[in-house]
Design a protein around this ligand. Structure first.
Ligand code: HMG
Length: 390
């Protein structure tokens, strides 16, 4: 029995900053961002959005299509959690009016936890083949103003339905995974911005890739040349390109610039416009690949590398299913990305500094443009969400 991705839907906020604007404010050559790190825009969440509204918005098209009826497991992957106790997934479960016969839990391991969720969901479906699992990866990437990481900020969420006989991608059983206790990127509970040892983090990302690949190759017997496309965790698109070059060198596979472009480029298109979505980044890449590849990818094998600082890496793979295009939300994704509003530098800084109040007071938040759900206020220490759809 094949198990894998039955549906995949992506959402990012309505607002973005063009990195030309940031470059001007920071007196940096814009090509450092456009070319050097390979990013054009960063998605900025409105003050009335958080990981719950982002995640709910990503999963909403699935709800509308009646795809959530058999879901009995909801895994919410995030490192931008809103509560130390209650899973953000339970708010989304409520907003989406899902069945109460459902297990719900939040997962954390930096950008890796979505992949842990996918693998747990596959285990659940193997045991309950008529049931489905919903994995939501939802994050807001936030660094200090003026820091080297600032240009890699972003936000977004991906909702992934896991089932038997999946319509989009069957996940192969083999996986290589690697854990090591390192401090390349972290966020203590008292901070709203991540701390990062940037250059070191790129080295650990690659080290975990090579280790994960080694195991994967031993277990599967596959070589790098057995893959038609690759999707990497994308903190910034240049990182994915560098990682793939290193892997090719390690495997002694010659790859021309044209081959590199064919293997990677389609998976990087959305991330260039959204920035890092942490737990969702690799799945934004997969959505981008499936939505934008001109070639029919049916029966093609895709190599997937997920990385979360701290750190855990995993290399696994999947085979795209015949007819997959009929089950994508391509038009919705394209419209969303084409109809966003650009922020001035001052608007960006104002939103950045807005912050969610932490004084325990009563608040009603002004309405910005959001998806179907918004974070409308706080009352009696409880977050309040509003549904903008019937
Ligand atoms: P930096 O140190 O300011 O940048 O920040 P730089 O000086 O190294 O320049 C970047 C590149 O731009 C260089 O290219 C420059 O040569 C080039 P490279 O040498 O790397 O090939 N450049 C130019 N190119 C064209 N025209 C120009 C120009 N000027 C310079 N005029 C850094 C870079 C990645 C350190 C920073 O963005 C950062 O700290 N980012 C955050 C950390 C990060 O994203 N790490 C990635 C690996 S860890 C990971 O992926 C996990 C993560 O997602 C978190 C999680 O797991 O939760 C982050």
């Amino acid at each position: 029995m094949n198990i894998g991705i039955d549906k995949i839907s992506f959402y990012t906020s309505h607002y973005y900053v063009d990195l030309k604007t940031l470059a001007e404010a920071r007196s940096v050559d814009a090509d450092k961002y456009y070319v050097g790190i390979g990013q054009e825009k960063m998605g900025i969440p409105a003050p009335d959005e958080d990981v719950v509204t982002l995640g709910g918005s990503a999963a909403y098209p699935l709800m509308k299509d009646g795809e959530l009826d058999d879901v009995e497991l909801l895994l919410f992957a995030t490192e931008s959690g809103i509560d130390q106790s209650k899973s953000a997934g339970i708010y989304v479960h409520g907003l989406l009016e899902m069945s109460s016969r459902c297990r719900s839990v939040e997962l954390k391991q930096a950008c890796y936890s979505g992949t842990a969720g996918i693998q747990m969901a596959i285990g659940f479906v193997a045991r309950n083949p008529t049931k489905k699992a919903l994995v939501i990866c939802s994050d807001i990437a936030r660094y200090e103003l003026g820091s080297p990481g600032e240009a890699t900020q972003g936000c977004g969420s991906v909702a992934i339905l896991i089932s038997a006989n999946p319509r989009i991608m069957a996940i192969d059983p083999e996986s290589g995974y690697y854990t090591e206790d390192v401090m390349d990127f972290w966020r203590p509970n008292y901070r709203s911005e991540a701390l990062v040892d940037g250059k070191y983090s790129t080295m650990v990302y690659i080290h975990a890739l090579l280790e994960s690949w080694k195991q994967y190759a031993e277990l599967s017997g596959r070589a790098l040349t057995d893959f038609d496309r690759f999707c990497y965790h994308i903190p910034f698109t240049k990182m994915a390109e560098k990682a793939h070059k290193k892997l090719c060198r390690k495997c002694k596979v010659e790859t021309s610039a044209e081959q590199m472009q064919l293997l990677l480029d389609e998976s990087l298109r959305y991330s260039r416009k959204t920035g890092n979505c942490y737990s969702g980044s690799m799945y934004v890449g997969l959505t981008s690949l499936l939505d934008t590849a001109d070639e029919d990818l049916a029966n093609k094998r895709v190599g997937l590398y997920s990385y979360g600082s701290g750190c855990v890496g995993e290399f696994f793979s999947g085979v795209v299913q015949p007819g997959y295009r009929e089950h994508l939300y391509t038009d919705q994704h394209r419209n969303m990305l084409e109809n966003r509003s650009e922020l001035t530098y001052q608007q960006y800084e104002d939103i950045y500094n807005y912050g969610v109040p932490t004084d325990g007071g009563e608040y009603v938040f002004p309405q910005y443009k959001t998806g179907p759900f918004r974070f409308s206020g706080i009352s009696q220490h409880k977050r309040e969400y509003e549904s903008l759809v019937d």
